[in-house]
Design a binder for this molecule. Structure first.
Ligand SMILES: Nc1ncnc2c1ncn2[C@@H]1O[C@H](COP(=O)(O)OP(=O)(O)O)[C@@H](O)[C@H]1O
Ligand SMILES: O=P(O)(O)OC[C@H](O)CO
Length: 499
């Protein structure tokens, strides 16, 4: 019988939805997971069904609690973390979405972003939001729904509709439609939230032609977000933590000191460095974003965003049918000494930082008669290292700190070849924690803070444990030779796409 308090973390990712029960000493007690479908109705469009997102969330929460009935009464708080930027508009009365969720990877608004850039607005937007014009962020997705789905703009103007990223949509449903709120990290990914003044920005709302009536209230990451509707779990449970998945992973990896870096390899890859309490716009086309805000005090991070990481391995599995399980890619990559000069640039949905080219698409180069599928698999895993290397020096310069070590997490870090290659190409040690579910862990920490299971963030540091460390093994000459090949491949792609 377990009478100790436990925390339920909901991690709604792009590829799957997870519910994880954590003990008060932050060990994983139980996990339930369900894969989520992506839909590609047109080239460059990526959508998900919001109702499936909510139903899957409820299903995994019920499953994890049903399998651990003794713990149901012990859930002290819920923490929510989520794929960011993905945009949902729904009817405040019925909860029904007015359109599918437009996923962060969706590129349908790239021309609109180009036009705004050409009109010279980008410096102002970067100074206020830390972001730049790219279809990645929510604002142009919201505007697209308002402008393209019949009747939606007038319903929004009448106050009938609510906008939210996935965290906000889940909170609304978990509280039975009572709370329309988000947290500062998710708000910061919309292009509408001023992260210096920490409020929705009236000029940006005008620029994107978005009515304020649809926006949620913005709260700290550890806050009383509301109680779950009794109908859902038989009793009201406080929702105490909320953060976008990359910010939650920074917390889960305990990167509490300026200069500490984590890189999460899930569907995409996102490397964040904690830069402390001063806002600094990037000089290298990276993003400045809230790391977290607690008791009203903001800590910022510099972020490098890579759109495709694990998704490339899934593509090899599902579309090319190279293997049945993504885990098989590890042994395959290790079965050859190198990638035989093959480079795989996984720009399926454009290139993110530092290139920001929504128009380009993926490329596999260097194919010859003796290329095998194994070389392509290896090149796809190596691409994760190269993409991270593209960001690291810029993150260090923007952040003003040398990163001694990189803490990694996410589904892909189960792949030993990928982790070793990352250490080799970055020329830095790569640390894998015992709990690689850093995202859910971060949400659990935030929820635990609100219900006083932890006095402050720092006390949770003692529960972080390293599982493995990968150290560089290749020579400088080899490292630079490999990286030069990657740079040449990316340049040829960028050049070909411009012509
Ligand atoms: N052993 C592995 N080797 C390579 N890729 C893997 C491995 N295990 C998981 N992945 C990839 O990791 C991704 C899932 O990671 P996860 O952190 O759950 O993602 P998300 O939070 O985006 O849903 C998938 O894209 C999958 O292809
Ligand atoms: O689904 P993930 O874990 O790759 O994360 C998605 C990001 O939050 C998008 O910004």
């Amino acid at each position: 019988m377990n009478n100790q308090p436990v925390i339920l973390a909901i991690d709604q990712g792009t590829t799957s939805t997870r519910a994880i029960l954590f003990s008060a000493t932050l060990e994983i007690l139980a996990v339930q997971q369900k894969e989520l479908k992506l839909h590609y109705p047109h080239k460059g469009w990526v959508e998900q069904n919001p109702e499936a997102i909510w139903q899957d969330t409820l299903e995994v929460c019920h499953a994890v609690l049903e399998h651990n009935v003794s713990m149901v009464g012990s859930v002290a708080a819920i923490g929510i973390t989520n794929q960011r930027e993905t945009t949902i508009l729904w009817d405040r009365k019925t909860g029904k979405p007015v359109y599918p969720a437009i996923v962060w990877q969706d590129r349908r608004t790239d021309i609109g972003c180009e036009q705004l850039k050409a009109q010279g607005y980008e410096p102002m937007v970067t100074a206020r939001t830390g972001l730049l014009f790219d279809p990645y962020f929510s604002a142009t997705k919201i505007a697209w729904i308002l402008d393209n789905v019949e009747g939606v703009r007038s319903r929004a103007m009448r106050g009938e509709l609510a906008f939210g990223t996935v965290d906000c949509y889940l909170l609304w449903h978990l509280t039975g439609g009572k709370v329309h709120a988000t947290d500062v990290t998710n708000a910061a990914r919309t292009l509408l939230f001023n992260i210096v003044e920490q409020k929705w920005d009236a000029d940006l709302l005008t620029l994107f032609n978005i009515p304020e009536t649809i926006l949620p209230e913005v709260r700290d990451n550890a806050a009383r977000f509301g109680m779950t509707d009794r109908i859902l779990f038989g009793r009201g449970i406080p929702i105490g933590g909320m953060a976008g998945d990359q910010h939650a992973a920074l917390i889960g990896q305990r990167c509490f000191r300026p200069g500490m870096v984590k890189s999460t390899y899930g569907t995409g890859c996102f490397a964040l460095m904690n830069i402390g309490s001063d806002f600094k716009p990037s000089q290298h086309r990276l993003l400045t974003t809230p790391a977290y805000r607690l008791n009203g005090k903001m800590v910022y991070a510099i972020e490098g965003s890579i759109f495709i990481a694990g998704a490339a391995i899934q593509w090899l599995r599902d579309e090319l049918e190279f293997f049945q399980e993504v885990a098989a890619s590890d042994a395959l990559a290790l079965s050859v000494p190198d990638s035989n000069e093959v480079y795989f640039v996984p720009a399926f949905t454009g290139l993110g930082a530092p290139y920001w080219r929504p128009d380009v698409r993926g490329m596999i180069s260097g194919l010859s008669r003796d290329t095998t599928r194994v070389h392509i698999v290896r090149a796809a895993l190596e691409a994760q290292g190269y993409q991270t290397r593209d960001l690291m020096a810029a993150i260090e310069e923007d952040g003003g700190h040398h990163a001694e070590i990189i803490r990694v997490d996410g589904g892909l870090v189960a792949n030993k070849f990928m982790c070793q290659f990352l250490a080799d190409i970055l020329n830095k040690p790569v640390e894998v924690p015992k709990i690689t579910e850093a995202t859910a862990l971060g949400a659990a920490i935030l929820a635990g803070l609100t219900v006083d299971l932890f006095a402050d963030l720092e006390v949770t540091g003692c529960y972080w444990q390293r599982d493995k460390i990968y150290t560089p093994t290749i020579t400088e000459t080899e490292r630079e030779r490999l990286y030069a090949g990657w740079k040449a491949a990316v340049q040829s792609l960028l050049h070909a796409s411009r012509n």
